[in-house]
Design a protein around this ligand. Structure first.
Ligand code: SF4
Length: 438
């Protein structure tokens, strides 16, 4: 990918570039500034454009790639293959996987080496060193500590696991969530056993989309899926038992279908619809939500009838070609997704979009215009600004070829433009309980 550099006045303080060595040790390069990337656009990371790296964020060394940095002494962009202070010592780019609630504004700057493999399914935010700590190119879009690891001590999770084992010994869904919490470290499953916020209700083994970044199923792509897809279909009784246990324990509870460890929940409506009816027969409390690709408005209508309260619709773009380039729908069209959103609004359900953002595509003038038109035409209630967990260079190569776009405006500017233009629209990262709806 051709790289274009946008210089900054030298008076602006930058964060220092950080790299990793063979052993994975991460350190700063004194006379080099960190660069941020948005498609082929590079710019130094000014300290004011970054935030202290948040707790729970993870630093990653990027294999088969070289760091692209700014040489402050020679005033030029350089791609480094070795440590400038230790000739012969290979170095690698470093990126940050920000903790939940932080939206990436720039991607770590690097170049691929020939025959490089795909990067695993994470987001690769730009990061630098301020002299006191790591600084991340991100903005906080949600302050709720729902997935703050400091509030999820393992011993407390284990107490919850034992309680739920006694309460529902035969429930396979409870057993599945135990594995998610203790083995995969899934924060949603941990919250179920901790009795906090939102509980997950994975149900579906199949999907009618083929997202390039699907975390539960990757077929012959050379990419490792992050977790295995659920291998059974829970019964309506098993689903309702887990949901009711959570609702009974929590103030303002949320229970959600559509998790990372499953396919598309709409395709499991035959168990979800009776499960929702069982829940609503026992209680009117709590928010029953579905994270979905919204591909089937007909099925959604049945679930609203049964008592589904809210939906979160995943979109990487509001432009049909941009959407299809990533979701690769099998048996539905973008227009079906739109019909589902309009139906939900018509039926007074809460509608959030799970906006999978990638600087360099999301923040282009064309996507911004399309998003503003979309919000005007479809009265959604919230945007959840989520970082796209997919190899950024490979994503730009595909999406910018299929939907050519102009120069990125910057994610922060995009966010502020939307917030100003639509003052009643909620912004965040997590599914809000109905008590927080506008
Ligand atoms: S909609 Fe979800 S389950 Fe289906 S392919 Fe996309 S990420 Fe995977």
């Amino acid at each position: 990918m051709d790289l274009r550099f946008t210089p900054c006045p030298s008076s602006v303080p930058f964060v220092q570039a950080v790299v990793a060595n063979r052993a994975g040790e991460i350190y700063e390069l004194d006379e080099y500034a960190a660069l941020g990337m948005a498609a082929g656009n590079l710019a130094p990371l000014a300290t004011v454009e970054t935030v202290p790296m948040s707790h729970g964020s993870e630093l990653m060394r990027l294999p088969q790639r070289r760091p692209v940095v700014y040489n402050l002494r020679k005033h030029r962009v350089e791609t480094l293959s070795e440590d400038p202070y230790s000739p012969g010592e290979p170095i690698y780019p470093v990126a940050v996987f920000n903790s939940p609630g932080y939206m990436v504004t720039r991607i770590s700057a690097y170049e691929e080496q020939p025959d490089a493999d795909y990067l695993p399914l994470f987001s690769y935010g730009a990061v630098g060193w301020s002299g006191e700590g790591f600084q991340s190119a991100a903005i906080q879009v949600d302050t709720e500590p729902r997935q703050d690891l400091r509030r999820m001590p393992r011993e407390k999770i284990l107490v919850g696991v034992r309680q739920m084992r006694r309460k529902m010994p035969k429930n396979r869904l409870r057993r599945h969530l135990e594995n998610c919490a203790l083995v995969y470290g899934c924060p949603a499953a941990k919250n179920f056993f901790l009795g906090r916020y939102e509980a997950p209700l994975p149900t579906s083994q199949s999907c009618n989309a083929r997202c390039r970044g699907c975390i539960s199923l990757q077929e012959n792509t050379g990419i490792q899926s992050s977790q295995d897809r659920i291998k059974f279909t829970p019964t309506p009784e098993e689903i309702a038992e887990v949901a009711l246990a959570h609702i009974a324990k929590i103030d303002r509870p949320v229970v959600s279908f559509g998790q990372g460890c499953e396919g598309e929940p709409l395709l499991a409506a035959d168990v979800i619809e009776p499960a929702i009816r069982l829940i609503r027969k026992k209680t009117s409390a709590g928010t029953i939500n579905m994270n979905t690709n919204a591909s089937r408005p007909d099925i959604l209508n049945r679930l609203f009838e049964a008592g589904l309260d809210s939906i979160r619709v995943s979109l990487n773009s509001v432009r049909p070609d941009g959407y299809s380039a990533y979701f690769r729908p099998r048996s539905y069209r973008f227009t079906d997704v739109i019909r589902s959103i309009d139906l939900a609004v018509l039926r007074n359900r809460f509608v959030a979009i799970n906006y999978l953002n990638s600087p360099g595509f999301t923040d282009t003038p064309e996507e911004l215009d399309a998003l503003m038109t979309f919000i005007r035409q479809h009265a959604i209630h919230m945007i959840q600004w989520r970082n796209l967990n997919f190899d950024p260079l490979r994503y730009w190569q595909v999406i910018n070829r299929i939907v050519p776009s102009g120069q990125p405006l910057g994610m922060e500017r995009m966010f502020k433009t939307i917030a100003k233009r639509f003052p009643n629209l909620m912004h965040g990262y997590f599914n809000p309980p109905r008590e927080k709806w506008p």
